[in-house]
Design a protein around this ligand. Structure first.
Ligand code: BGC
Length: 453
């Protein structure tokens, strides 16, 4: 893409190396604040204790149920751990209607219990009393493996009566209201924790789990002596603890203002959870498409793209009026397209926006806009991951990765690695591995490790 005007227009999305260094400094400081009792309250990244203190050995065996709430879908799973680092998984996806996402908490948990019952019946698991792991992917203060108080909703959920409550109790109450299920909830965990467990199950060098999906977060293995918030009894027999950083909240005290743009501010203001999860809003799938929508709209208005298109007016109106119309998956599809056909890009432009015959140049420009936004997201993830890798300090660190943005985007992995190479200490080598169903397998592993203890 050669157009200097468009490049200038998008300049503020291209975070420079020195800005990256500054972000790195601020991020690592925030993590240290989150870990310390004296400063956790002021920290954006709360670094919650997960009470998971063992990584899986790979020998775990047994059948488990798992619930997975907090991504694009709600799922119920049966996970059979087979030993030898293997697992078999069956699952069903259930919709969570918008009215439930923003309705009453009791309705949400009744819905979950109903789906669980349907699954148990369908798979004839009723008399097996399988232990259950609950992957609940929202920030929670954990008071143990089976107790987690929701701090606040994120990612478009906003159910009344759940914040500050123990989510496991709410689930148990909903199960009791049905009266026909006998289920033992063994653990509540975050999806980033599940991803770490599930990847460590396959690769014992895994020390970090990161989610780059609807939301964004990371969990990592910390030494107990650095876990100021962990009660002394949990430090007696154990050397490590998994920490849920909740890094999506980074920036809430202003540390990201020097790189945030007016587009980021707009996206934040129109979200259900304004002023929170600011790092997440620059990275995750719930928001990247929205950023492109707003930027593209203004770029057209400024006569930088689609200048000669006869449908220009229709296009700008659609972008202005239809919030959410530029889906994040379009970014991946557009960046995956090839010059000069831009077949997929043209399909999107035609089918979604009614724009016929886009020029090659316009397709290239659109791809450039997408690239600027996804590259920036990848660089921010790289800042966080490099901070954690250097903190762990082992000679080789494997990072387990999950989430639709990472999975579906053709170059996100490369963008991340390029940025990480500049930040990770030269004494450390790192690798990224794709998680295989972290929320399901991970939940079963946490439940398995818990029952071992
Ligand atoms: C939540 C995290 C979760 C992440 C990824 C964020 O919005 O706060 O708990 O891990 O999304 O799903």
């Amino acid at each position: 893409m050669q157009d200097q005007h468009l490049k200038d227009f998008l300049k503020e999305f291209n975070i420079s190396d020195s800005q990256i260094q500054e972000l790195y400094k601020r991020f690592t400081l925030e993590i240290r604040k989150g870990l310390s009792k004296a400063t956790q309250k002021q920290a954006d990244t709360k670094c919650f204790m997960t009470y998971v203190q063992d990584l899986p050995s790979g020998d775990e065996k047994g059948d488990f149920l798992a619930l997975d709430l907090g991504g694009t879908n709600f799922r119920v799973l049966r996970v059979s751990l087979k030993g030898h680092h293997e697992a078999e998984i069956d699952f069903k996806v259930y919709a969570v209607p918008k009215e439930i996402m923003t309705g009453l908490g009791t309705q949400l948990f009744d819905h979950i219990a109903n789906c669980l019952a349907e699954f148990v019946n369908e798979y004839s698991l009723g008399d097996q009393h399988l232990p259950l792991g609950f992957t609940f992917s929202f920030p929670c203060i954990q008071l143990g493996l089976t107790k987690g108080l929701l701090v606040r909703w994120t990612k478009g959920f906003q159910c009344a009566g759940v914040e500050n409550e123990d989510v496991v109790s709410l689930l148990k109450e909903a199960i009791a209201r049905r009266g026909d299920l006998v289920i033992e909830v063994m653990a509540i965990l975050n999806d980033a924790t599940g991803t770490l467990m599930s990847c460590a199950h396959r690769n014992p060098e895994c020390r970090i789990g990161v989610i780059i999906g609807t939301g964004c977060n990371a969990c990592y293995v910390e030494r107990v002596e650095n876990a100021d918030l962990l009660e002394p009894e949990h430090k007696v027999d154990k050397t490590h603890i998994l920490v849920n950083t909740e890094w999506g909240a980074f920036g809430e005290s202003g540390q990201l203002e020097f790189v945030r743009t007016d587009y980021d501010r707009k996206v934040d203001k129109s979200s259900l959870n304004a002023d929170t999860q600011l790092f997440e809003k620059m990275i995750s799938g719930m928001y990247l498409g929205e950023l492109v929508r707003l930027v593209l709209h203004d770029a057209i208005q400024a006569n930088l793209i689609f200048v000669r298109s006869s449908d220009k007016k229709k296009f700008t109106n659609a972008l202005a009026e239809r919030v959410g119309c530029f889906e994040t998956r379009f970014i991946s599809e557009i960046e995956n397209d090839s010059f000069p056909d831009f077949q997929q890009t043209r399909i999107i432009l035609k089918e979604i926006f009614g724009l016929e015959r886009a020029s090659v140049e316009d397709c290239q420009k659109l791809r450039y806009i997408c690239e600027c936004i996804s590259k920036r997201a990848a660089k921010l993830v790289a800042v966080g991951l490099s901070g954690l890798i250097n903190k762990i300090g082992e000679p080789h660190v494997v990072v387990g990765v999950d989430g639709t943005v990472y999975r579906c985007h053709p170059h996100f992995d490369k963008y991340m690695r390029d940025a990480m190479r500049k930040l990770v200490s030269p004494k450390i080598t790192f690798d990224l591995m794709l998680s295989e169903d972290g929320s399901g397998r991970g939940a079963a592993l946490v439940a398995a490790v818990a029952s071992k203890n």
